[in-house]
Design a protein around this ligand. Sequence first.
Ligand SMILES: *Cc1c(COP(=O)(O)O)cnc(C)c1O
Length: 364
Amino acid sequence: MTVAASLQRAHLAALTPYASARRSMSGGAVWLNANEAPATPALATNETQLNRYPSFQSAALNQAYANYAQVNVEQVLSCRGSDEAIDLLIRSFCEPQQDAIMITTPTYGMYAISAQTQGAGVVDVPLTAAADGTLQLDVDEMLRAFNSCQQQIKLVFVCNPSNPLGNNINLAELERLIIGVGEQALVVIDEAYIEFAAQSNVQPLNHITQWLAKYPQLVIMRTLSKAFGLAAIRCGFALANTDIIEVLRKVMAPYPMPQPCLDMAARALSDDGIVAMQQALATTTAQRLAFIQAIAAKPWVKKVWPSCTNFVLLDVDNAEQLVEQCRLGGVLIRNQSSQRRLNNSVRVSIGSEAEMQQLMEVLP
Ligand SMILES: *Cc1c(COP(=O)(O)O)cnc(C)c1O
């Protein structure tokens, strides 16, 4: 039995997904099978055809992403942002009131929120202080909690590089976690910031994607919202072996992504698009280094967390006051003090040179 077959919610085995017009028939020249309009009278535009439902998945986009991530096209599922991938995973694998996910705070908030929405449990094994000043996975404790939990933990979410911390997770420990969990759960690695980590030479872009060949329990999440600068089009990806992708496809809406978004995403993944993205990465990294240098000596900065991303986490003497002072100056930064193990911390995204200049002007 595949990992997905043994871990999916029991009723999904017998569920037949909705057979949409687009999915059940293709070809033909005259399409009268989906109650679409023959044109778009409300918008006199001929730049894109908008009267037809999009495909369930865009073969062109999935192939482009497969090339970019160095995986097979069957291992790719495009979603409405990686937030949808989180939700699909939980809805596909966690039986409400029965199964649970594991998170490692401080971490990205949506894992717990999606789980709570679905009625799944949330088991937290906080990150632990490492010798280099970062917080890292407490793999021994994670495996202990995994094996002793009353609920069955179906999904283990790891954010690498970490949001909100900004550092990368030790890969040897990550691999030890995956091996320790075995086929008892899926290990989901959220690589929303992986391009920045690759640019900073801390982890090659497609190191973890190559692990799909040896770990059937692995799921990787990617997004076009960060390095590619396309948060508005809501495009993310789940990368996993086909048995897992098939379960997610069952649970997903029949027409999940708007056609203009699919087209734009495929353009961003063209050779030219990738080169432009990489140039922007270099600029962001330079801005990040300049920002860290500019604030290092400020008396209110208690700690600058190491970052291989497009944001920097700072421990400060009064986070609330700092966020408010910036806001009054028209610059928004994020208070992260409510996160476990963070007390007076703010997270600053790296913007353009002009935006960082404005930030410097409002900072004390
Ligand atoms: C921004 C972010 C996401 C969400 O990405 P979308 O593709 O825009 O939904 C997921 N995970 C982490 C860690 C993020 O920071």
